[in-house]
Design a protein around this ligand. Structure first.
Ligand code: IMP
Ligand code: MG
Length: 172
């Protein structure tokens, strides 16, 4: 592992996640089947913190996606567990980062076939470009640049996910 330059410190993430949780709590008040649908593995830390900031009953489900090899994005594949039950639910898809938007388009197609009542997106990070323009991104943590980032769930070949901040890895 090489040194990682901090881009978003842990404290800034914590206060933004608290704000997002408060917004979700307000927007979904009275909803009786709210599902936070995390996209693994990158959303794991974000979802765990966000769920603790949403002050109403929620269910937690996951799908799994993989597209990156090193710092090169490829065609994402999305897998759902056979027992995934979103029927009648208001679903918030929780994603680590939006770049081209391809991963989320695949997840949304899956949710559209699931009998869910509604769907929106909560993404921790957005990269510049058109990736999120035609997506229902209701909640977004931070807009960043084009740089490849790691930490707080995001990886570079499975390393760095456990860092408490988001940063830019140096060259190996
Ligand atoms: P998209 O499908 O092009 O929007 O890419 C989103 C997916 O690519 C995310 O779920 C991440 O897993 C991965 N990804 C995109 N940018 C980064 C990055 O800077 N660091 C780590 N993973 C990234
Ligand atoms: Mg991801």
């Amino acid at each position: 592992m090489s040194r990682v330059e901090i881009l978003i410190p842990a404290e800034a993430i914590a206060s933004r996640v608290a704000e997002l949780g408060a917004e979700i709590t307000r927007d979904y008040a009275g909803c009786d089947k709210l599902v936070l649908l995390g996209v693994l593995k990158g959303s794991l830390l974000f979802l765990a913190d966000l769920a603790r900031c949403v002050e109403m009953p929620t269910r937690i489900e996951f799908v799994w996606s993989r597209s990156y090899a090193g710092t090169l994005g490829g065609e994402p594949e999305v897998y759902a567990p056979p027992a995934l039950d979103l029927a009648g639910a208001d679903v918030i898809v929780v994603e680590d980062i939006i770049e081209r938007g391809t991963t989320l388009k695949r997840v949304l197609a899956m949710v559209a076939d699931s009998g869910a009542c509604s769907v929106s997106i909560c993404a921790l990070l957005r990269k510049p470009g058109a990736g999120f323009l035609d997506l229902p991104v209701r909640y977004a943590g931070f807009d960043i640049g084009h740089e490849f980032v790691v930490g707080y769930g995001l990886d570079l070949d499975e390393e760095y996910r456990g860092l408490p901040f988001v940063g830019v890895p140096g060259r190996k």
